[in-house]
Design a protein around this ligand. Sequence first.
Ligand code: AMP
Ligand code: MG
Length: 540
Amino acid sequence: MTEHIAQTTTETSEPLNFHFDNKFVRELPADPVTDNHRRQVMEACYSCVTPRQFKAPELVAFSREMAEELDLSEADCQSAQFTRVFSGNEVMPDMAPHAQCYGGHQFGNWAGQLGDGRAINLGEVINKNGKRWCLQLKGSGETPYSRMADGLAVMRSSIREFLCSEAMYHLGIPTTRALSIVATGESVTRDMFYDGRPKNEPGAVVCRVAPSFLRLGSYEIFTSRGDIETLRKLVDYTLETDFPHLGAPGKETYLNWFREICERTADMVVDWMRVGFVHGVFNTDNTSVLGLTIDYGPYGWVDDYDPNWTPNTTDATGRRYRFGAQPQIAQWNLLQMANAIYPLIDDAEALRDILNDYVTVYTDKWQQMRADKLGLAEFKPEDEELNQELNRVMQFTETDMTLFYRHLADVSVKDIDADEDTLLAPLMVAFYAPESLNRTDKTEFVAWIRRYLQRVKDDGVDDKTRKAKMNRVNPKFVLRNYLSQLAIDKAEQGDYSLVNELLEVMRRPYDEQPQYHEYAAKRPDWARNKPGCSMLSCSS
Ligand code: AMP
Ligand code: MG
C-alpha cells in the first residue's frame, strides 16, 4: 500500500491560466431573464447563473490525467486558487457561468423541463492541442432549473461520481470526466431513502469535464414545445462543434448524425455490458449525444452475475434500468431522439431504418465483445449456446462476474480432461459460496469449462496468448460498490486517503498491480445488503 500525502494548498504558485472560448454561450440563444428564480425557460438553450459561495472549501482529490489534459501542473492543482475556482468561490474573468435547459423522458414518461438543476457550466477551455473541454461544477447551487431541490450535492455521491468517471476512462469506456472534488465545508440535508428520516451530510462539488454535456433531452425539450427554430439552431451548432466530419447541415447530414449517435450509444452500452456496469437511471436526460457515460447517480457494478440486478432502489419494482435491459433501453432512448429530430428531417422511414439497424450494429459489437472476453478470435453462431449456458451456470452458482472472467484466463487447455477440482481450482475465488457448491453444481460448471476449452482448442490459440488477450478486456479492478462506500465512510470523517488510493488503483484496471490485490476482492458479506453497497437511491 502506498502512502498518500494529504492534499495541501499553497498561495505561492502562479495564477491559473486557461484559454476560454465560450462558444455555446456565444452562439446559442440565451434566456433573457438573469435573476435566479425557478421558471420555465422558453426559446433559449441556457440561463446565466453565478455559482454559490461556500464557507470553507477544501480539496479532496484531483485527477492528474484530466489536469494534464487541461494543461494544469500538480502545483496548479494544489494551489489555493484551484480550490477556490473549482468550488465556485472564484469566477475567473473569462468564464461565462451558465445552466443549460433540457428536458427528458424519466422512467419511460415525458418529464418536461429538467435542465441543469445543480450543475453550472463555467465555460469552454481550449487546451494547447486545440481540443475543446467544457468545465462544469456539480453541486454548486441553485439555478432556474432547480425545481423543488437545493442545487447541492453530498460528499457520498460526489465521491462516487468523481471516482467512477475516472475509473471508466481508464477502463477505456466513453465517459464524461472529473477534474476535481472539493468538500464545501457546509452540510446538506438529505432523506437518503425517502423514508422521512432526513440527515445532515457533508457537501461537495465535483468539476466535471467533457467535450459537451448535451443530452438527448437537450433536443427533446424544443420539439416538445414546437420550437423548431431553436431545435435547428442547437442541432446545427452540435454538428459544427462536435461532429464537423459530417459536413454541412441538411437532411442527409442529419440522418448520418443520427446514425452516428446510434453507433456511439451502442459502443458505450457494449462496454457497460463488458465490465458489469449498471447506469441505474438511463433516462433520456442522462443519455449523452456524444455517446459518453453521463450523470453518475445510483449506478452500480455487478458483483455476482445477475442480468436482473439494479442498484437503484427507486427502480426496484419495475427494474426498468436493470443490467440486462440496458441495450433495449438505449434503443428506446434513441427512438425518443428520432422523434425529437424528426421535424428537421420529415422522413419517418429513414429514421426507422436507422433505429432498426441499431439492433444489428449492437449485436455485431456485442458478439465481438463476448468473443474477446472469452479469448476467442470471433463469435460463431454456435457460440450463442456456449454463451447462454455460461450465463445460466454463473447465476445458479452465484459467481462474481469480474473475478470469473479474469480467472477464466488461467484455466488451461492442457487440463481439458483433468478432474473436476483441477479444472475448477482457478475459478474457486469467483464463487460467493464455494463451500455450498454441490456435486451437480460442480459437474455442470465443469461441463461448461470443458466445452469452452474445446472451443478454444479449435481456435488454435495457446494459453499464454489467450490470457494476454483476455486480460486486456477483462479488468482485474472495477470500482465495486463496497470500495466506494469504504472511501466515503472515511471521507465523511475528513480522511481522504482512500479516495486518493482508489483513484490510483483504478488508473490501471487491467494490470495485475499485486500491491493492490485486496481491491480486487469480491464483495464482502457485510456489504451484501448495505445501503450504498447494494442499494442506492436517486437522493444525492
Ligand atoms: P438526475 O436524476 O440526477 O439526472 O437528475 C434529474 C434532474 O433533477 C436534473 O435536471 C437535475 O439537475 C435535477 N436535480 C437532481 N438533484 C438536484 C438537486 N439537488 N438540486 C437541484 N436539481 C437537482
Ligand atoms: Mg441527470
